[in-house]
Design a protein around this ligand. Structure first.
Ligand code: AVJ
Length: 329
């Protein structure tokens, strides 16, 4: 039997390890202080995120899943024999809907389906890949542990007729407009003409619904937010005292984005020894840990068009909470 799983660690092959944490240093020296959202996702953070996805208040995952349930056979019909590449694969739970549809379209039992999963969290990647192999006998999985940028630069040539690049869950919303534009340019460059991009985005909606989704009653989102400091403590020999911070999330209507912050409840300082960095915080001072932009479909279609990605189909739920767009390079 051939090997059906390979996992490559891009982080460990980063040419310049002295750059590690440069983004943390930069963010903590900004006014106001910020931290990159990707630091949510150590193995513990990815687990907490999975819990968030099941919360009653957190509608995006459930809504996108229901959209994909309907859309999957249509996506297969539109894209044909494609390998799947996913940025931020996590548990790959939603991907299964596509794998189901693609598996059914394979010509015979000897044909194979290729799935390249990219995630910064090696633990969740390994675990999800193993589960997929048990459930999909014709599947070959390549795991790439690394950031989106690293992965887009390391995409191997396609073995199938085409490629479908997945970017689900509205992770695009974590990027400010300029970074978003640059990221999509990179996506477009990574695709050959005729290949596809499937994008899931959360849509603008009334503030109470949005704010409830990021302030759940069980406090899982608060724990997820605070875990970023625990991650930094582990990763960079830090001493952030999690008890002296509180979760703060609100919808900024002007920017059309949820903002998550960690608010210092006392005057304090913390050191990240490995970065040789000490940060001082006043009582009430905040560190922004995430923006989660909420989009209008027309605006996204325009942005995609600007980077040569032509939207072929848009699916939305009946309440227009979330949209899934299929674009072609
Ligand atoms: C995975 C980035 C889309 O912004 O809704 C969930 C992350 N943060 N609850 C989002 C998140 C707080 C999520 N994204």
């Amino acid at each position: 039997q051939t090997t059906r799983l390979t996992v490559t660690h891009l982080l460990e092959t980063t040419p310049n390890p002295s750059q590690a944490g440069a983004d943390v240093r930069h963010g903590l020296q900004q006014i106001p202080k910020t931290l990159p959202a990707k630091y949510f996702y150590d193995d513990r953070g990815s687990q907490l995120f999975e819990q968030i996805c099941d919360l009653p208040e957190y509608y995006p995952t459930r809504t996108e899943t229901s959209i994909l349930h309907t859309a999957a056979p249509e996506i297969v019909a539109l894209t044909g024999n494609s390998e799947l590449v996913e940025l931020g694969s996590g548990s790959s739970r939603k991907t299964r809907l596509l794998l189901d549809a693609y598996s059914q379209s394979l010509p015979d039992k000897t044909a194979s389906l290729i799935y390249r999963a990219i995630d910064v969290s090696g633990g969740i990647l390994q675990q999800s890949a193993q589960r997929l192999l048990q459930d999909y006998p014709q599947l070959q999985v390549q795991g790439l542990v690394g950031t989106y940028e690293e992965a887009l630069d390391h995409l191997p040539p396609t073995e199938a007729d085409s490629r479908l690049l997945l970017f689900l869950g509205s992770t695009l919303g974590n990027l400010k407009p300029q970074a978003c534009q640059q990221f999509l340019e990179r996506v477009s460059q990574a695709l050959h003409p005729g290949e596809y991009f499937l994008l899931g985005v959360d849509l603008v909606k009334p503030k109470p619904i949005l704010e409830a989704a990021y302030n759940d009653a069980q406090g899982v989102t608060a724990e997820f937010n605070l875990n970023m400091l625990a991650h930094l403590n582990r990763r960079f020999e830090g001493n952030f005292n999690l008890k002296q911070f509180e979760h703060w999330a609100f919808f900024n209507e002007k920017e059309s984005q949820i903002e998550m912050h960690l608010r210092s409840t006392v005057p304090q300082s913390a050191t990240l020894r490995q970065l040789d960095l000490t940060v001082d915080l006043a009582a009430g001072e905040t560190i922004q840990t995430e923006i989660s932009r909420k989009f209008k479909p027309s605006e996204i279609i325009e942005t995609l068009k600007g980077v040569k990605l032509e939207t072929r189909h848009t699916w939305q739920d009946p309440q227009n909470r979330f949209a899934v767009l299929l674009s072609r390079r």
